[in-house]
Ligand binder design. Structure first.
Ligand code: OAD
Length: 236
């Protein structure tokens, strides 16, 4: 850590900006690095619209496995502490790149999901969209015979502008941003902490490893999310 971790109690509007590393200790693999999902699977075969148009069953098999993995894991202490802080400080916001629903399962009520959710399905032809927690899915097709697709921001997809606008709004007005478990490699998400910093917020990075955006943070806490969150919120 460079300098002591600041006391989160001094802040009113905290934003937790989270990535796959937050769920790593729950047992959900990260995307990059050793054993990462994109080391094992080529996104061009599993996580883009072109792959889905070519072979929806193959893409669904991949996503059904991701849903089963996530359903078999539990939120960890870091997810729970974030939810607890949000309860204690009602102006707290959570902006996540994660699609696993762990923040909500830990008790967080308001979560901005930049990359969508594994637990929502949609059909772009009919505009249907629904939450769906079945593992496995009862049907991969809508009542009109189209394939559902996971409501995710796949590679090459545009971001949902309403979601980005909402994230920018809360990040621009925060007085503290805590980034946890993200490689800082995926844009535009990786740009968002800079908006907080430009607005004068105190920025803290939690990650066992240095990232390309580490230099921008006032505090860097090198260690796993659960341990570092316990340092940040010792009253737990
Ligand atoms: P990555 O897999 O790119 O990065 C995970 C980060 O978590 C790395 O920097 C690790 O060092 C760190 N990490 C690992 N274990 C940790 C722990 N116990 N505590 C804290 N940090 C830990 O994941 P993201 O940055 O989230 O997009 O990836 C961004 C996006 O790329 C994802 O949302 C996903 C992916 O393609 C979609 O699914 C649309």
């Amino acid at each position: 850590m460079n300098g002591d971790a600041p006391d989160l109690n001094q802040f009113k509007r905290i934003v937790f900006f989270t990535g796959a590393g937050l769920s790593a200790e729950s047992g959900i693999p990260t995307y990059r690095g050793q054993g990462g999902t994109w080391q094992r699977y080529n996104y061009e075969d599993y996580a883009c619209q072109r792959a889905f148009d070519r072979d929806p069953e193959k893409v669904w098999e991949f996503h059904e496995a991701r849903r089963a993995d996530a359903a078999g894991c539990e939120p960890n202490l870091a997810h729970r502490l974030i939810a607890e802080i949000a309860q204690a400080k009602p102006e707290t916001e959570i902006v996540t790149q994660n699609i696993d629903h762990m923040h909500q399962r830990a008790g967080a009520e308001r979560v901005i999901e930049l990359h969508g959710s594994l637990w929502r399905v949609r059909c772009d032809r009919t505009g249907l969209i629904e939450e769906n927690f079945d593992v496995p899915l009862k049907s991969r097709k809508t009542p009109y015979g189209d394939y559902w697709r996971p409501d995710l921001v796949w590679f090459e997809d545009p971001m949902n502008m309403e979601t980005i606008d909402e994230a920018v709004r809360v990040i621009q007005r925060c007085d503290c941003l805590v980034s946890i478990g993200t490689s800082g490699l995926v844009y535009p998400a990786a740009q968002l902490p800079m908006l907080a910093i430009a607005g004068g917020a105190v920025a803290i990075e939690i990650n066992p490893e240095e990232t390309p955006i580490s230099q921008s943070f006032a505090y860097t806490m090198r260690g796993p999310a659960t341990e570092m969150m316990r340092l940040l919120w010792p009253e737990a």
